[in-house]
Write a protein that binds this ligand. Sequence first.
Ligand code: PLP
Length: 444
Amino acid sequence: MNKAVAITIGGSDPSAGAGIQADCKAFSSIGVHGFTVLTSITSQNTQQVTNVFAIPAEVVVEQITTLLQDVKVFTVKTGMLFSKSIIKSVSECLTKDITIVVDPVMASTTGGALSDESYLDALKQYVLPIASVVTPNKHEAELLTGKTLVSLDDMHDACQIIHEYGVEYVVLKGGHFIHKNAVDVLFDGKDFFDLSLPFHLGKKAHGSGCTFSALIAGFLALGYKPLDAIKHAKCQVWSMIRESYHVGGGVDLVQTKPQHLLPISFINSNDVDMWCALSNAVTDLLVFLPSEFIAEVGMNIGYARAKASCADDVCAVDGRISAGHQQVYCTGSFRFGGSQHIARVILAAMTHDASLRSAINLRFSNQLLSTFEDHGFSIGFFDRKNEPKNTSSTMEWGTDHAFIQCKQTLDVIYDKGGFGKEPMIRVLGKNPQEVTSKVKTVTI
Ligand code: PLP
């Protein structure tokens, strides 16, 4: 079996949040085998960097040449290169046919210096002219350009200046700018692409820069085009920061395998909060939902835009929530147009009560139905036998029928199935959180 391979050339972070440890985790999270070439051994934890030991340049070179004698590698990510002697030696090992992604690491979020005074000029002179992608943050871009950067226009100008050092794609990361959203600016020498996602307020995730550039390199090694590689890396690292966790007394570490991955279609969209609402609800459901509540055909949950008119306005799981052996799990991600089925229920419910923008389906049982009744939920139903022959969608007709019969807004709609059709309970609510809490009420 062939596997995509990439090399990371960088420093060791013993807390394994950043450095080559983070790069290796990022590579393996997308199915790329990572080779690791060590340039320096840092002593650090989640609160501070206490020491940096630079590996002699000839030892760095020997690691690279030994690897390249055995395997032809076409993608390299560089991280902490520390000094001119390491930078110059590394650049001399890398041939023209290698795609190089440069994370111009200079300092750690926890405050420690990760480069010496010879670093900046050497980076400009030896590495940027042969690099494909460079991913500076605000501080690094300010040092590379000699300018203070504040606005989006400043970011664009900085990208142009950095591009002149010879690198093909500049990705100036927006995470440290005080803007409404985290806008990364990509410049390919011709066009600017502003890639925006909301900030994760209050999160300071260690290793996010290393992970981002490693993911770009990894996606390039998998054959993605640069713009796609950058978009996928952005969404993946955003999802990793969202689920970051705490191990020490300092910064959080990014989650290598996040439960939910934001699809790239959400970049520059106003609907990320809807995706988050679904993700939070499903995370919650997976914890408390007993497997006997999961329908045999699987379960879905959807959330419609306020003025939804079609299934493409409804975000839903594009796979299923299913029950395995003693375990409930979710396959697929949340996507607009992800499920026609649950979208039809929600769209029909919204024609009767516009506030009912979310729904979930559960396995039918008489016991579950009577528990909903006992808790005072308003319940409607339809019988598939009464469905007229010419209806285009049973879900649309059934939901509509249940509302018309009950003449009130509904929390629950059930049907007892039909030939080859599983009976089902559907729970409606204003948003995924309300739907989830209604379901929780009947499971306690
Ligand atoms: N340690 C090493 C070895 C690194 O390569 C990096 C990367 O930038 C860091 C620490 C700092 O990581 P962060 O700034 O995300 O905390």
